[in-house]
Design a protein around this ligand. Structure first.
Ligand SMILES: *[C@@H]1O[C@H](CO)[C@@H](O)[C@H](O)[C@H]1NC(C)=O
Ligand SMILES: *[C@@H]1O[C@H](CO)[C@@H](O)[C@H](O)[C@H]1NC(C)=O
Ligand SMILES: *[C@@H]1O[C@H](CO)[C@@H](O)[C@H](O)[C@H]1NC(C)=O
Ligand SMILES: *[C@@H]1O[C@H](CO)[C@@H](O)[C@H](O)[C@H]1NC(C)=O
Ligand SMILES: *[C@@H]1O[C@H](CO)[C@@H](O)[C@H](O)[C@H]1NC(C)=O
Ligand SMILES: CC(=O)N[C@H]1CO[C@H](CO)[C@@H](O)[C@@H]1O
Length: 489
C-alpha cells in the first residue's frame, strides 16, 4: 500500500543509525505456522501466503518473547511494521469487522517480556486508499525468516481500519514516525544478517499458493533471461528517495508474439512498484486505451470495478500487456491476460453486487484501474515479474518471472549491488502436463467464489472486504451488499 508521506519526516533525515549487533541465530521456528522460514546461501527467505482471489501477500512472522505469531501484509509501498493490539477497536467490534474484515492475528504487549513502549500515541499511518491505523510505537523482538531482530520499532495499533498488521519494507525515509528510525531492512544490515539493504520478491502467479521474499539474495531459478536494473526515482519535490518509483517507458498490447502494438503512453511516467496494492493503477488516458482494446467497462467510480468479459481468458489467451522500463534495452515484463482478467465477481453478483448494464454475460473484473497523479504497479503486475530492490544503491532490477518454479539457486547480494545474473532460458513447463495441447486447460482453477449458502457468501464477502483494494471499491461493494439486505448498518 502506498503510505502517505509523513510531513514531519521529510525535513529530518536519520543521522547515525542505532546499531544493535545482536544476532539471535539460534532462534528456531515458533511452530508449524513458521515452517516456511529458511536461510539459504546468506539470504533469508520468507514465504508469503498468496490469497488466491487477488488479496494481499501475508507473511507469517512473530513478535515478542515468547514469540506471538502474527500475519502481516508484506508491503513494499510503506516502511513501518505494525501489528494489531489484542484490544484494538477493530478486534473488539463486530460492526467494525463487518466493515473491514475479521481481525486477524493480534499481539498482547503484556504477554511479552521484551516489550518496550517507545512513543505513546506516536504511531499514525494513513494509506493512499484512506485506510489507516493509530496507536503507540513500541519495540520488541521480531522473529522473521528463521532469525530474530532485537528491539525493532513497530507500531501497535489501537485503532485500525485494516484487519491485519503490515510489514512495510520500503525506505526508512517513509516511516510514519515524527522521528525517523531504522526499520526492519536497516536492522537486517545493522545486525550483520545481510550485506546491503536489498531483497528480491517473487509473488508467483495468481494460482500459486505462496511467493517468496529473499532478504539479501536473488534466486536465479525464479526468473527468465537476464536481470536488468533501472534507477529508483527520488520524490520530485523533496528529492528524497521515499518510494520504489521507476520510469515506465512504454506500454504495449502484444497479440501473439508476432504483432506488437503501439506505445499507449504519451511520455515516460513514474510508477511505484507496490506489493501491498492488489491492482495496477495507471493514468486515466492510458487506462482508457487499454479498456478500448478489451471492451472493458470502467465502473470504478460506482461499484469500484472495471468489468471485462471472461471470454478474454480464452479468446485473448496469447495476448500480453507489455511494460518496458528505461529505454529499448531496459527490462520488459509481459503480463499474460489470465493475470489481469480476474474471475472474481460472480459470487458477489450472486449476493447483491449491482453491476451496470454490460455488453457481455460472463463477467470478470479487470486488474488495471484509472488513477490520477500517482501510478501504482500492484500485484496484478508484480506476479509476472521478478523484482530485486536495492535500497542501498537506489536500483531496481527486473526480469520476467519463471512461474511455478520449484527449483532454487540462491546468490547473495553483496556490497557491490544486485548481481545482473541470468536466470533460466524459458518458462519452466509444469512437470505434470503430459499432453502437449491446452484442451485440458478448460478446467484450470480460477478465483471464482464458491457459490453456496448465503452465510458462507457473507463470510467470503467479509474477507474480500478486508483485502486491500481502493476505498471506493470497498465502500461500493459494501453498499451493494447492504442494498441486498445482507448487512444491517
Ligand atoms: C480507538 O480504540 C479504542 C479502543 O481500543 C476506543 O475506545 C476509541 O474510541 C477508538 N478511537 C477512535 C478515534 O476510534
Ligand atoms: C496472554 O497470556 C495469558 C496467560 O498465558 C493467556 O491466557 C492470554 O490468552 C494471553 N493473551 C493474549 C491476548 O494472547
Ligand atoms: C493468436 O494465436 C491463436 C492461436 O495460438 C489464434 O487462435 C488467435 O486468433 C491469434 N490471435 C491473434 C489476434 O492473432
Ligand atoms: C502454474 O500452475 C498453475 C496451477 O497450479 C496453472 O494454473 C498455471 O497455468 C501455471 N502457470 C504456468 C505459467 O505454467
Ligand atoms: C465449494 O466449497 C466446498 C466446501 O468448502 C468444496 O467442497 C467444493 O469443492 C467447492 N466447490 C468449488 C467449485 O470450488
Ligand atoms: C482463497 C484463499 O487462499 N483464502 C485464504 C486467504 O487467507 C486466509 C488467511 O490466511 C485463509 O484462511 C484463506 O483460506
Amino acid at each position: 500500500m502506498r503510505a502517505l508521506p509523513s510531513l514531519a519526516g521529510l525535513g529530518a533525515m536519520a543521522t547515525g543509525v542505532i546499531a544493535q549487533r545482536v544476532l539471535s541465530l539460534g532462534f528456531s521456528r515458533a511452530g508449524p505456522e513458521h515452517e516456511a522460514l529458511h536461510k539459504r546461501g546468506g539470504a533469508y527467505s520468507q514465504e508469503l501466503n498468496n490469497n488466491l482471489t487477488g488479496g494481499g501477500y501475508y507473511a507469517e512472522v512473530a513478535l515478542g518473547t515468547p514469540p506471538q505469531p502474527v500475519t502481516l501484509i508484506l508491503d513494499t509501498g510503506s516502511s513501518d511494521a505494525w501489528v494489531l493490539d489484542a484490544n484494538a477497536d477493530l478486534c473488539q467490534s463486530r460492526r467494525l469487522q463487518y466493515l473491514y474484515g475479521t481481525c486477524l492475528a493480534t499481539y498482547e504487549p503484556a504477554n511479552s517480556s521484551t516489550y518496550e513502549l517507545v512513543d505513546p500515541d506516536g504511531f499514525t499511518i494513513q494509506y493512499l486508499d484512506t485506510s489507516g491505523a493509530e496507536g503507540d510505537y513500541i519495540k520488541d523482538t521480531f522473529h522473521i525468516a528463521g532469525t530474530s531482530i532485537e528491539a525493532l520499532q513497530v507500531g501497535l495499533a489501537e485503532n485500525s481500519t485494516i484487519n491485519s498488521g503490515l510489514l512495510g519494507i520500503g525506505f526508512n525515509t517513509n516511516v510514519a514516525a515524527n522521528v525517523p528510525y531504522p526499520n526492519i531492512v536497516d536492522l537486517f544490515v545493522d545486525q550483520g544478517l545481510i550485506a546491503i539493504k536489498a531483497y528480491s520478491l517473487y509473488l508467483d502467479d495468481l494460482h500459486a499458493e505462496t511467493g517468496t521474499v529473499l532478504f539479501g539474495g536473488i534466486d536465479t531459478k525464479k526468473f527468465i533471461g537476464q536481470l536488468k536494473a533501472v534507477d529508483i526515482l527520488p520524490d520530485v519535490r523533496s528529492k528524497i528517495y521515499s518510494s520504489f518509483s521507476v520510469g515506465l517507458e512504454s506500454l504495449k498490447i502484444t497479440s501473439n508474439s508476432s504483432s506488437e502494438g503501439s506505445n499507449l503512453l504519451d511520455e515516460e511516467i513514474p510508477v511505484i512498484l507496490d506489493s501491498g496494492t492488489t491492482l495496477t493503477y495507471l493514468p486515466p488516458r492510458v487506462a482508457r486505451r487499454i479498456y478500448q482494446a478489451y471492451n472493458a467497462v470502467d465502473d470504478s467510480t460506482n461499484t469500484g470495478l472495471v468489468y471485462v468479459s471472461c471470454d478474454l481468458l480464452s479468446s485473448e489467451k496469447d495476448t500480453t500487456i507489455d511494460f518496458q522500463f528505461g529505454g529499448d534495452s531496459g527490462p520488459l515484463i509481459r503480463i499474460p491476460i489470465d493475470e489481469i482478467v480476474l474471475d472474481n465477481v460472480k459470487g458477489y453478483i450472486g449476493i447483491g453486487l449491482e453491476v451496470p448494464t454490460l455488453p457481455f454475460d460472463d463477467i470478470c473484473s479487470f486488474g488495471i484501474q484509472p488513477l490520477s497523479d500517482i501510478y501504482l504497479l500492484g500485484d496484478t503486475f508484480l506476479r509476472s515479474a521478478y523484482v530485486v530492490y536495492d535500497l542501498s544503491n537506489k536500483k531496481i532490477a527486473l526480469a520476467q518471472a519463471n512461474l511455478n518454479s520449484t527449483e532454487t539457486n540462491v546468490m547473495e547480494i553483496t556490497t557491490s549491488g544486485i548481481p545482473l545474473a541470468s536466470g533460466v532460458a524459458t518458462q519452466q513447463i509444469p512437470s505434470t502436463s503430459s499432453h502437449g495441447d491446452d484442451a485440458e486447460n478448460s478446467g484450470t482453477t480460477t478465483a471464482t467464489p464458491n457459490k453456496s449458502t448465503p452465510d458462507s457468501a457473507a463470510i467470503r464477502a467479509e474477507s474480500v472486504l478486508s483485502r486491500k483494494t481502493t476505498a471506493g471499491t470497498l465502500v461500493a461493494i459494501f453498499l451493494g451488499l447492504v442494498t441486498a439486505g445482507l448487512f444491517a448498518l
